[in-house]
Design a protein around this ligand. Structure first.
Ligand code: TXA
Ligand code: MG
Length: 339
């Protein structure tokens, strides 16, 4: 290991005891940046109460300062300190889905510096369902502001190696606990409006949220038609995120077949069955939405790293259970998908 190697702590997600996270937690307390796994993707975190530390996240990612960050907590009590009020809807949703991939947006308390929320009066809070993330936040003793640990507009990382490739020496510490179990970012739900509105679909589906609330839930994820004059509610959600550096095209099986043989500058991500594509690189992902979601970013990272200039992704079914995947694919395809 060279002397300038990134400070990396490898840890088994099942064995967080034993002081392995003391070092990373100390880095957080000292105002440093620590990348760590959650059940969705890796985040790059800083002490949410330290404006200078949080500013460094924006620098490391080259993220526009108006794009709000999610604050990670280790329990409901810690979440309540970050917001003005903990309404009945939040209580119900926390009971139903926390720890888990649901980010709730509520009016922020004075504990949260403006830099965290990009100047907004609301804050996104989340209790991740990952032992390493929870233990790190507990050990640090502060709420942890953490966006996905990728450079702005690049693909979110689901492995430590993705973080290292994307952010490398821009961070102070990397906690490596292997691949993240869900592979796609949390559902972002705005509770500061009525009815509650999903700004980013994720693995907690709209139907389950509506059931838990016994009420209406809107969807405004930027891929559905909104009134022309409606302000974009969530800075950062309306752009082409999640993109590999090559071109990403959504295609169906027939188009895939027509594209063969793939040359080594073209890669493909297909669903379920092995296609007949000849020589080129293609990765076969599980046929169902959660299996596909779990491996999608990993596949895109792999094809990207192998130098593919163009990535063909097999179009998934137009079904509600595929909504989170569609949301990411449409953005990654930079609006090229006609659907
Ligand atoms: O699964 C996840 O949510 C991962 C892990 C690390 O927790 N985090 C993540 O963070 O994806 P980030 O920053 O890459 O995406 C959070 C999204 C942003 O696009 C942001 O616009 C939205 O949530 N968001 C955060 N706070 C908000 C707020 N107060 N109002 C509206 N949108 C907000
Ligand atoms: Mg992100």
């Amino acid at each position: 290991m060279s002397s300038d190697a990134l400070y990396t702590v490898e840890i088994d997600a099942g064995e967080v005891g034993g002081g392995a996270l003391e070092g990373p937690a100390a880095v957080l307390r000292q105002g440093g940046l620590v990348a760590f796994p959650t059940e969705t993707v890796y985040g790059v975190g800083a002490d949410a109460t330290d404006p200078e530390a949080v500013r460094r996240i924006f620098e490391a990612k080259e993220r526009p300062t108006g794009h709000p960050l999610i604050v990670h907590v280790d329990g409901v009590g810690a979440a309540r300190e970050l917001v003005v009020d903990w309404p009945q809807v939040a209580r119900r949703l926390a009971e139903a889905f926390w720890p888990g991939p649901l980010t709730m947006i509520l009016p922020k308390s004075s504990v949260v510096p403006d830099v965290v929320t990009g100047g907004l009066e609301t804050v996104g809070v989340r209790l991740p369902d990952h032992e390493v993330a929870k233990a790190l936040v507990s050990e640090a003793g502060c709420p942890v502001a953490a966006p996905s640990a990728n450079p702005h507009e690049a693909i979110s990382p689901t492995r430590a190696s993705h973080v290292e490739r994307g952010l490398g020496e821009r961070i102070d510490c990397l906690v490596d606990a292997g691949a993240t179990p869900l592979g796609l970012e949390s559902t972002v739900l705005d509770l500061s409006v009525s009815p509650p509105t999903i700004l980013r679909p994720g693995m907690v589906p709209r139907r389950d949220i509506a059931d838990a609330l016994d009420g209406d839930v809107r969807l405004d994820d930027g891929t559905e038609v909104a009134a022309d004059d409606a302000p974009r509610p969530s800075p950062g959600l309306s752009e082409n995120h999640y993109a590999p550096s090559g071109e990403l095209l959504l295609v169906d099986r027939e188009e895939l077949a027509a594209a063969r043989p793939l040359d080594n500058r073209v890669g493909a991500v297909v669903r379920g069955e092995e296609p007949e594509l000849g020589e080129g690189t293609h990765l076969v992902l599980p046929a169902g939405p959660s299996g596909f979601a779990r491996h999608l970013y990993d596949a895109l990272h792999e094809l990207d790293a192998s130098g593919c200039r163009r990535i063909l992704v097999e179009r998934p079914p137009e079904e509600e259970s595929w909504r989170p995947v569609w949301n990411r694919l449409r953005r990654a395809a930079s609006g090229r998908d006609p659907a």
